[in-house]
Design a protein around this ligand. Structure first.
Ligand code: GMT
Length: 380
C-alpha cells in the first residue's frame, strides 16, 4: 500500500439531511482525526458537522447576490466552483473530494481547470445513488454527468451495484470506478442496553423506526402499511424521522389505516443514534437504494432492517440472517415476516446480534483507510 502522508482535502457535499451529506461529513471528521486537514465547502455547514473539531474548517459559498433581479435562478454552480478554486488555491489543497456527482463533480472540474496554470489539485468523485440511477439519467444532465465523471481523477461508488450501474448507464470506458462502501461510526452508532424506550413509546410497545428524506423513492406509505400489519398483531409505535415531499401522504395513510395514534412524526433530527438504540426494527422498503446508510446505522445500534431486495441493499443485509429482504412493494410479506420475527424474541435476539456483527464489517476503521489508500494511489 502506498505511504500515506497528511493531506489537505476539500470536501463538497449537500449539507442538508441525506445519506451522501452524512457520509461525507463523517468521512471528513474521521480523516481529520487521522491527521489530515479537511476543508468543507458548501452553501451551509453540513448537518452532522457540529461544534469544533481539530483540523476541520468550513467555507461557505457566497450566495448573497442570489436576489439579483436578473437571476430567476441563482447560478449556484458558478459560485461553488469559484469557492472551490479559492479554497484549493489558498489552502493548498491536494484533493477536492466531491460527494454526489451533480453538480459537484462538474464544479470541481471547473475549479481544477481554473487552478491548472498554477498547480494541480486532484478531483475525487464519490457517486452516491440518484446522481447515477435517476437525476444523472435525465436528458438535461446526462452528458454533463458523464463528462464530469470521466474527467474526475478518481471515482468511487458506494456499492458494487452502483459501480455496475455507472458503467451500464454512462459507459465511462476511460474511468475506473472503485467500490468503497459506506461506513458507520461505531463509537456513536452502537447498542445501548439502557436506551430510553419509554421516551418514544408506551410501556410494552415494540418500537419500529424509519428515517429518510420522505421522497417518492422511499415509499413511505409502504412504511405505514407495514407498520399497520405489525400494529394489528401487537402493541407497537412507529417513529418516523425526517421530512420531505411525501410526509403528508404518510400522515394521511396512518389516519386512513387507523394507526395515527401510534405513529410519531418527529421531523428532521441531527442525531438519531438514541432513537435507533431504542428500536426493535427498522423499516426501509424503498423502491431502490444504492446502499442504505440509514439501515446500516440502525443495524449498528442493534435494530435489524426490513428492507427491499433492491439496489445495493443485499450488499448490506443478508436476508433471514442480519435482516429481512423482500421485493419493493411487498407490503404483505414485509409485514408478515416482521410480525413473525417480533413475536419470536429468541430469533429476534439472534438477528439483532447478526445485524450488529454485519454492521461491524462496515466500520469507519475498516473503510476510511480505503479512501486514504485511494488518495495515496492517486498522488503517486
Ligand atoms: O442519491 C440520493 O438519493 C441521495 C443520497 C442522499 O444524499 O441521501 O442517497 C444515496 O446515498 C446514500 C449515501 O451513500 C445511500 O445510502 C442511499 O442508498 C442513496 N439513495 C438512493 O440510492 C436512493
Amino acid at each position: 500500500m502506498p505511504e500515506i502522508r497528511p493531506l489537505r482535502i476539500g470536501i463538497t457535499c449537500y449539507p442538508t439531511y441525506g445519506g451522501s451529506g452524512a457520509l461525507a461529513t463523517e468521512l471528513g471528521l474521521a480523516l481529520a482525526r487521522r491527521g489530515h486537514e479537511v476543508h468543507f465547502i458548501s452553501y451551509a455547514s453540513p448537518f452532522r458537522l457540529r461544534g469544533f473539531a481539530e483540523r476541520v474548517f468550513f467555507h461557505e459559498v457566497d450566495t448573497s447576490i442570489s436576489h439579483y433581479p436578473l437571476f430567476d435562478h441563482f447560478p449556484y454552480t458558478l459560485a461553488l466552483a469559484s469557492k472551490q478554486y479559492e479554497v484549493a488555491r489558498r489552502e493548498e489543497l491536494d484533493i477536492l473530494h466531491v460527494h454526489y456527482a451533480i453538480p459537484h463533480a462538474t464544479t470541481a472540474w471547473m475549479a481544477r481547470e481554473m487552478l491548472a496554470a498554477e498547480r494541480r489539485v486532484r478531483v475525487v468523485t464519490t457517486l452516491h445513488g440518484t446522481d447515477i440511477t435517476l437525476v444523472g439519467q435525465e436528458s438535461s444532465f446526462y452528458q454533463i454527468t458523464k463528462f464530469s465523471i470521466e474527467r474526475s481523477d478518481q471515482v468511487t461508488a458506494v456499492s458494487n451495484f452502483l459501480r455496475d450501474e455507472t458503467y451500464r448507464t454512462f459507459g465511462c470506458v476511460s474511468c475506473n470506478v472503485v467500490t468503497i462502501p459506506n461506513f458507520v461510526n461505531l463509537e456513536e452508532y452502537r447498542p445501548e442496553p439502557a436506551a430510553r424506550r419509554e421516551a418514544l413509546a408506551p410501556a410494552g410497545h415494540k418500537v419500529i423506526a424509519h428515517i429518510s428524506n420522505f421522497r417518492e423513492v422511499k415509499r413511505v406509505r409502504d412504511v405505514v402499511r407495514i407498520f399497520a400489519r405489525i400494529r394489528k398483531a401487537m402493541g407497537a409505535t412507529l417513529v418516523m424521522v425526517g421530512d420531505g415531499p411525501d410526509r403528508g401522504d404518510a400522515e394521511r395513510e396512518a389516519e386512513q389505516l387507523g394507526v395515527a395514534e401510534d405513529v410519531r412524526f418527529l421531523g428532521r433530527l441531527d442525531r438519531v443514534a438514541t432513537i435507533l438504540q431504542a428500536s426493535d426494527l427498522f423499516l426501509l422498503p424503498s423502491q431502490t437504494e444504492s446502499f442504505g446508510l440509514a439501515a446500516l446505522e440502525a443495524m449498528a445500534c442493534g435494530a435489524p432492517a426490513v428492507a427491499s431486495r433492491a439496489g445495493g441493499l443485499p450488499e448490506v443485509i443478508d436476508d433471514g440472517i442480519s435482516g429481512i429482504l423482500e421485493p419493493p412493494g411487498s407490503v404483505e410479506a414485509m409485514g408478515r415476516r416482521s410480525v413473525d420475527l417480533l413475536l419470536d424474541p429468541a430469533r429476534l435476539a439472534v438477528m439483532r446480534e447478526a445485524a450488529i456483527a454485519k454492521a461491524g464489517t462496515f466500520s469507519a476503521d475498516r473503510v476510511v483507510p480505503m479512501y486514504e489508500a485511494l488518495y495515496a494511489e492517486g498522488m503517486g
